[in-house]
Design a protein around this ligand. Structure first.
Ligand code: ADP
Ligand code: DP6
Ligand code: CO
Length: 325
């Protein structure tokens, strides 16, 4: 065990091919493999310090004391792995809205996995860090790496982890993120995907078509075929949201402004001939995949039509790493 504080930074990632359902809820083994882009602009910094004087873990988020059963459960896993019983002080800062569908759980648990495991005296490989982060939040398995990342579903705790597809990209793509609502979502990703697995009559169709989408997008990335990457991304996201509409009880994450932005992106593509494609996660915020050179023009058009919405630009980001506090 390390008695000095350890700080790790991890960036969020946005899935182009979505993870939306678990085979094993406790181990977080997904129903399908997924593929994401790590973003430089949104991240979490987490500091962990084990302290023999503590009778329980003490967690703060953005400087405020917070109760978080997911964090406590995760710290129990780290203690078991390291063979220690000591509790820790965990201070986390999100440079991303929390629980708003902007993947805070991905950057959060990737940063916590790195900081807590090192503070506990473990020296994990990136593969084992990805496996550990997965236990906190499935999408966090991918935030261990930068650039394009695939979470290979595997079949058990040993075999389900993320691998880099292209970590340091020589491709100037990016994402414009429209913050429609930075408040906390009503239905967590965890609850939403579980309802879908249990009740959507379309679930098997989703698995089949997502498996195809993953193969095709990897080829398109290799070929630097932006149009293909964008088309697959947009259509895969809409299929995920169609599952929510088909669940029992049905639900969705769209707000009127989300739909308006989606339509405008399609218009910009068709009428202004600027290639851009949207994706949405479990929340109303719209992420627009585009080339970096086109981002200012797209941003100008969107800002003029939606003056109450901020659009933030993100480039591909790095994997999780240790930093000075
Ligand atoms: P998101 O779209 O932001 O990933 P989720 O519903 O997947 O939303 O996850 C939100 C969960 O992530 C919340 O339960 C919250 O407790 C947890 N979380 C967010 N940020 C942090 C953080 N910095 N440290 C620990 N847990 C966090
Ligand atoms: C829509 O990883 O947040 O963003 O594993 O239950 O913590 P848990 O869920 P989470 O789900 C992410 C869902 C998604 C798609 C994706 O990131 O692949
Ligand atoms: Co999440």
């Amino acid at each position: 065990m390390n008695n000095s504080p350890i700080t790790a930074r991890a960036h969020t990632n946005i899935a182009l091919i979505k993870y939306w359902g678990k085979k094993d809820v406790d181990l977080i083994i997904p129903q399908n493999s997924s593929l994401s882009l790590t973003l430089d602009h949104f991240y979490t910094d987490t500091t962990v310090k084990f302290d023999e004087g503590l009778a329980q873990d003490v967690f703060t988020l953005n400087g405020e004391p917070a109760e978080n059963p997911k964090v406590n459960h995760f710290m129990d896993l780290v203690r078991k792995l390291a063979g220690i019983q000591t509790f820790a002080r965990i201070d986390s800062i999100n440079h991303v809205p929390s629980a708003a569908g902007l993947a805070s759980s991905a950057s959060a648990f990737a940063a916590l996995a790195a900081a807590a495991s090192k503070a506990a005296g473990l020296d994990l490989s990136r593969k084992d860090l990805s496996r550990l982060a997965r236990r906190g939040s499935g999408s966090a398995s991918r935030s261990i790496y930068g650039g394009f990342v695939e979470w290979q579903q595997g079949q058990d705790d040993q075999t389900s982890y993320a691998v880099p597809v292209e970590e340091h990209l020589d491709w100037s793509i990016g994402m414009l993120v429209g913050i429609v609502n930075s408040g906390q979502k009503k239905i967590s990703s965890r609850a939403g995907m579980q309802t879908v697995v249990e009740t959507s009559p379309y679930y098997q169709g989703w698995i089949q078509s997502t498996t195809e989408d993953l193969k095709s997008i990897k080829k398109a990335i290799q070929n630097r075929d932006f149009q293909k990457v964008g088309e697959i991304t947009e259509s895969n996201a809409l299929k995920m949201h169609a599952l929510n509409l088909s669940a029992q009880p049905h639900f969705n994450y769209f707000e009127p402004m989300s739909l308006a932005i989606m339509q405008e992106v399609e218009r910009i593509r068709e009428e202004e001939h600027i290639p851009c494609y949207y994706t949405l996660d479990a929340g109303p915020n719209v992420k627009i995949l585009c080339m970096q050179t086109d981002a200012p023009a797209i941003q100008r058009i969107l800002a003029s039509k939606f003056d109450q919405i901020t659009f933030e630009f993100a480039k591909p980001g790095e994997g999780a790493r240790f930093i000075e506090a």
